[in-house]
Write a protein that binds this ligand. Structure first.
Ligand SMILES: NC(=O)c1ccc[n+]([C@@H]2O[C@H](COP(=O)([O-])OP(=O)(O)OC[C@H]3O[C@@H](n4cnc5c(N)ncnc54)[C@H](O)[C@@H]3O)[C@@H](O)[C@H]2O)c1
Ligand SMILES: [Fe+2]
Length: 464
């Protein structure tokens, strides 16, 4: 299927295009939805079902941490019991780059597979989607497949087991891949890359480190909120957004503090999927537009960037969406009908700020530099204004002012005693190290392993 009516000018070439593309396409085209299997053990049930589909051989695409944590076991046991052959490609890293996706494609061919089971966070699922399009369209290099419906042939089938909650990638039409050569992210948008079946198995999420739980959980909240306050919301997406918001406010703190709580993990997994269903149809807004710039320039993890920006964008947008914020407050359990729109709207904004505090989300972006702000604001506004259905228009200088609120407090050189000066210098150095820790993507996998190990022992002593 080739859809030539989509003009070349709208072809995606950057991360912003992900949501733009999703929105533009999905307002006109029906989006398939995967069969959802939900609950502890559902990854095994997905294995059972897929084993019955008669595939020649499946390629399980995942990352090394997931593999080492043993999260594939129930799925692979079920595949084996059902007589299905499979191979494992476990090299995915966060924001999978093109050469890595190409290695995955080589593994698929080498093992003569005919379908993919993606197990992992958004990075593994997106890499699988990109592989699926590329495998079916071997004449086009991966870069040329970025954009809308660039593959003539139908992608190979994908089944998904998300292990974060999350991106909602198991139900969205988009796949992000990193193009390190051009220092950008490319996006493939195609309704045919939505997985055929997805298992939301909370038992796989109990070892998710608290920091990843928090950041990915607020990513899901941002999807739900931005799709609800934007102008493309429909009754269907509104329902999905509101259900997601309710479940996130009820369960995200529990998942963060007591990661082993299966029921809360399951609700978060569902919330992430509902939010994905909503935003792949109704799009996102300024929060994502600004967060993408932080991700691009400082490699700030996507969910963390969203979490820091969300409260500020809500306060900016409030005059145009008081009623919407009031509805969100009631569904989030932060107020009751009849309290008055202004009061409820304020309760929702304060509720988001309190949630961030409880999840240890910083209020400043340590890597942010004053001199970068004009360019960041310009790029964010460009991204938002060329495709997002934002509820209240923001000028570039308003955007600059908003971003400026995230600047880390300046460390004034302590006048007077040398000891105080030394202490200030130590503080500044520590800040630099912390900023590097947040921004170094290569270290993310290592940090996640460490944190996952910590979380498992912390399941007995819940983190404060
Ligand atoms: N396709 C879409 O619609 C869409 C939407 C939003 C974001 N994204 C993309 O998704 C990617 C981010 O995905 P993500 O936030 O899910 O993170 P991720 O997939 O990059 O994973 C983050 C880290 O968590 C670890 N991890 C994952 N599950 C775990 C578990 N159960 N236990 C322990 N550790 C676990 C991973 O090993 C990794 O180190 C980005 O590339 C982003 O651009 C895609
Ligand atoms: Fe997001």
């Amino acid at each position: 299927m080739k859809l030539d009516f989509i003009p070349e000018s709208t072809v995606a070439a950057g991360l912003g295009a992900l949501m733009k593309g999703a929105g533009k396409i999905t307002r006109f085209l029906p989006i398939p939805q995967p069969t959802l299997l939900v609950g502890p053990g559902s990854s095994a049930r997905l294995g059972q079902a897929v084993a019955g589909f008669g595939h020649r051989k499946l390629l399980i695409v995942t990352d090394g941490i997931i593999h080492k944590l043993g999260l594939l076991k129930h799925l692979t046991d079920a595949l084996t019991a059902g007589g299905a052959a499979y191979a494992v490609f476990d090299e995915i890293t966060p924001d999978a780059p093109i050469p890595l996706i190409e290695r995955g494609i080589a593994a698929y061919r080498e093992h003569d597979c005919d379908a993919i089971v993606a197990v992992g966070g958004g990075s593994s699922i997106d890499a699988s989607k990109a592989m699926a399009v590329s495998i079916a369209n071997p004449r086009k290099p991966l870069r040329a497949l970025a954009g809308y419906f660039k593959g003539l042939n139908t992608p190979v089938p994908i089944y998904a087991v998300p292990t974060t909650a999350g991106t909602g990638s198991e139900v969205t039409v988009a796949a992000v891949m990193a193009d390190h050569e051009r220092q950008s992210k490319l996006v493939i948008v195609d309704t045919r890359i939505v997985p055929k079946m997805a298992a939301l198995d909370p038992a796989l999420m109990t070892g998710l480190p608290p920091a990843v739980t928090a950041a990915t959980g607020i990513d899901a909240l941002t999807h739900a909120v931005e799709s609800f306050i934007g102008q493309w919301a429909t009754p269907y997406t509104e329902n999905m957004s509101l259900s997601a918001v309710a479940m996130i406010f009820e369960n995200l703190r529990t998942c963060y503090r007591e990661g082993h709580r299966l029921e809360a993990r399951e609700k978060m997994a569902l919330a992430s999927t509902y939010a994905g269903i909503a935003f792949t149809r109704a799009n996102v807004g300024y929060v994502h537009a600004i967060a993408h710039q932080f991700g691009g320039r400082y490699h700030t993890p996507h969910g963390l960037a969203n979490a820091m920006v969300l409260p500020h964008v809500l306060r900016f947008s409030a005059p145009a969406i008081t009623g919407r914020l009031a509805t969100l407050a009631v569904r989030a359990g932060l107020g009751a009908d009849g309290e008055g729109e202004d009061v409820l709207a304020e309760k929702f904004m304060a509720g988001v700020e309190a949630l961030n505090r409880d999840l240890g989300i910083p209020v400043h972006l340590e890597a942010l530099r004053e001199q970068d702000i004009p360019a960041l604001a310009r790029a964010a506004c460009k991204e938002a204004h060329t495709g997002y259905p934002v509820p209240r228009y923001m000028t570039i200088s308003q955007c600059e002012a908003l971003i400026r609120k995230l600047l880390p407090p300046t460390v004034k050189p302590a006048a007077g005693k040398p000891a105080a000066r030394k202490a200030a210098a130590r503080k500044a150095a520590a800040r630099k190290v912390a900023a590097r820790k947040v921004v170094a993507p290569k270290d993310a996998a290592k940090a996640a392993t460490k944190a996952a190990t910590k979380t498992r022992s912390a399941a007995r002593t819940p983190p404060r």
